[in-house]
Write a protein that binds this ligand. Structure first.
Ligand code: A2R
Length: 315
């Protein structure tokens, strides 16, 4: 019996090999258009790794599509409403990346406070030898970190942050049963913390919630860390705040129009920039890839998935 066809966009060799055990893999990673022209009518399953929009038009090129397995926890690139309308289930890879992304947030926090990016550039430019030690940086001990989005990753970060001697606060749409101070108002929280750590998902409800007012409230000694989604921060306002000194420092792993990073952002010595690598270790990407494939194989076997996105839980 021939295997059902699964479209693959992105992922590792291992993902492809594991997928090939149950499916005939149509690799659309290089030329998606050509792959869909040739096989779109027969594709029932889609393993998607990327941030390019996956909307109704794309889905309509695969009339037999039954499941989109997103390789990642954030699925704002996928039009879930359009998928549900078409009877397509959407799954993602929560939990397996919490530890890694939380580590990335803490890495960026320490780099911002300790001025690590500027200090490294200082050394590489030979200035240590010619000019002596660089200016002193700041300790995080005693500071307050305000987490925007205290979900799975946010909670993992909060737990890790405990060893640094910081106070923890959080903002979200609802108060949770956690030992951290809750702020219903984001600007209010920004005015009372030293470090704002964004680990919130993308999408319309979080678009630009970290805006000029919030950055001004964070203040000239404040630090912004973003490992959630670039769209959560108004990037133009962020650049203006850094330029005027209204904001102290930033550590960013995500950007509004990835992989484009505004040239201006690259000029600030007090900003650390990473190319969206929060979960990008061999070990974590392996776990994410495995879960993305397992969702597909389970669905093929019994019509249910391991980790559907919340909107598809009852599907
Ligand atoms: O708002 P709540 O209480 O449902 O808390 C969620 C929060 N959140 C928001 N906070 C403020 N304004 C919003 N409009 C809003 N929408 C959601 O974000 C929750 O605490 C958190 C998301 O947590 P999880 O769903 O557990 O996601 P996880 O696995 O921590 O990943 C977060 C994001 C992904 O969506 C990717 O964009 C990135 O991190 O990797």
């Amino acid at each position: 019996m021939s295997k059902p066809k699964a479209l693959l966009v992105g992922g590792t060799e291992r993902t492809k090999e594991r997928l090939a055990q149950a499916f005939e893999v149509v690799d659309g990673s290089v030329d998606l258009d050509a792959a869909l022209d040739a096989h779109g009518q027969e594709i029932g399953y889609f393993l998607y790794f990327g941030h390019a929009p996956c909307g109704a038009a794309l889905m309509d090129r695969m009339p037999e599509l039954r499941l989109i397995s997103n390789y990642g926890v954030g699925y704002d690139a996928i039009d879930v409403d359009a998928a549900i309308e078409r009877g397509i289930m959407v799954t993602h890879t929560p939990s397996v990346l919490d530890d890694e992304v939380a580590n990335t947030a803490i890495l960026l926090m320490l780099m911002a406070a300790r001025n690590a990016t500027a200090d490294e550039a200082y050394l590489r430019a030979g200035r240590w030898e010619s000019e002596g030690s660089p200016p002193l940086s700041r300790s995080v001990r005693g500071l307050t970190v305000g987490i925007v989005g205290l979900g799975r990753i946010g909670k993992a970060a909060a737990e890790k942050l405990n060893v640094f001697g910081v106070e923890i606060a959080y903002h979200g749409r609802s108060k949770q049963d956690v030992p951290y101070r809750y702020f219903a108002d984001l600007k209010d929280m920004a005015s009372k913390v030293d470090i704002l750590m964004s680990i919130a998902p993308g999408g319309p409800s979080t678009h630009h919630i970290i805006n000029a007012e919030v950055l001004a409230a964070l203040g000239p000694r404040g630090m912004l860390i973003n490992v959630g989604r670039g769209s959560v921060v108004d990037e133009e306002a962020l650049i203006a705040a850094l330029e005027s000194g209204a904001l102290g420092a930033a550590g960013l792993d995500v950007f509004e129009h990835e992989p484009h990073v505004p040239a201006k952002l690259m000029t600030f010595p007090n900003v650390t920039l990473l190319p969206h690598v929060g979960s990008a270790t061999v070990e974590t990407r392996r776990a994410m890839g495995d879960l993305a494939v397992d969702n597909l194989t389970k669905f093929l076997k019994d019509g249910t998935a391991i980790t559907p996105v919340p909107e598809c839980k009852d599907q």
